[in-house]
Design a protein around this ligand. Structure first.
Ligand code: HEM
Length: 232
């Protein structure tokens, strides 16, 4: 038991160990994003499809806290390992930049920290907006976001929220930053997991970009469709 504990500590202490933890927690977060996007896109199938999906999720009751706590753990581990890695890299960095590549890598990881922090701020706002807000009746004084059977009218909640242009604009800005984070993150993930060779690096850069555009474009399609009057 002690040997396992020491092995874990030694693994985490190494730079590659921390990178692995960042990459594996990112995989879990990507799985959440894909699932969340698939659920949200039900809005294009109409109010009944989206509201039935939301009712099924809420029907899990306290068991909904299992994936929620898992998600919270993944976010916590991802941020902690990233910050430790950044501190370790800073301590190991030479005072003067000797090569362009070092400077570029530093800029790109600074951008990752900045976009990551913005995504964190977005998630806190998003939870207050849709999860805490609706669960505690914040938006709901007139009963407009409830169906006759008392379940949530998530369809209406989204359409009303994104009908306010500055709300949609805020989401679109946050999604653009998420796109930047995902584009770089996904291509780095292949590198950390050992798939990238100098020959295949450009391919994985493109995989990262396409993935980011698909995920963020998918999420962005909802506020855009509401603003365009396609979803009412
Ligand atoms: C247009 C884009 C998005 C829409 C319309 C949307 C919609 C929603 C809604 C309606 C909920 C509340 C679910 C409920 O309690 O019934 C929710 C929860 C959540 N969303 Fe989003 N979301 C979007 C983008 C995102 C993005 C980009 C992220 C992450 C970066 C994200 C992370 C979360 C998280 C962590 C929860 C809490 C899950 C839970 O309470 O179990 N969402 N979202």
């Amino acid at each position: 038991m002690k040997a396992l504990y020491l092995a874990v500590i030694r693994f985490y202490a190494s730079s590659i160990g921390k990178k692995m933890i960042v990459a594996l927690s990112a995989l879990g977060l990507l799985a959440f994003l894909l699932g969340h996007l698939a659920g949200n896109l039900l809005i294009f199938s109409g109010p009944d499809a989206l509201n039935a999906y939301a009712a099924k999720l809420h029907g899990l009751g306290v068991f909904l806290w299992v994936p929620r706590l898992g998600l919270l753990g993944l976010v916590g581990v991802h941020i902690m390992a990233t910050l430790h890695l950044a501190a370790q890299n800073r301590a190991a960095r030479p005072q003067e930049y000797v090569a362009d590549a070092t400077l570029r890598a530093t800029r790109s990881s600074r951008m990752m920290v900045l976009s990551g922090l913005t995504i964190l701020a977005f998630i806190i706002y998003h939870l207050l907006h849709f999860t805490v807000g609706n669960l505690h009746g914040f938006h709901d004084d007139n009963g407009v976001y409830r169906l006759a059977d008392g379940s949530m009218n998530v369809y209406k909640m989204m359409v009303v929220a994104f009908g306010v242009w500055f709300n949609s604009l805020f989401y679109l800005v946050a999604l653009t930053l998420l796109g930047s984070h995902l584009s770089h993150g996904v291509s780095s993930l292949f590198q950390t997991l050992g798939f990238t060779t100098p020959r295949t690096r450009p391919l994985y850069t493109w995989v990262g970009r396409l993935f980011a555009v698909a995920i963020c474009g998918g999420f962005a399609s909802i506020p855009v469709a509401v603003l365009a009057g396609f979803l009412k």
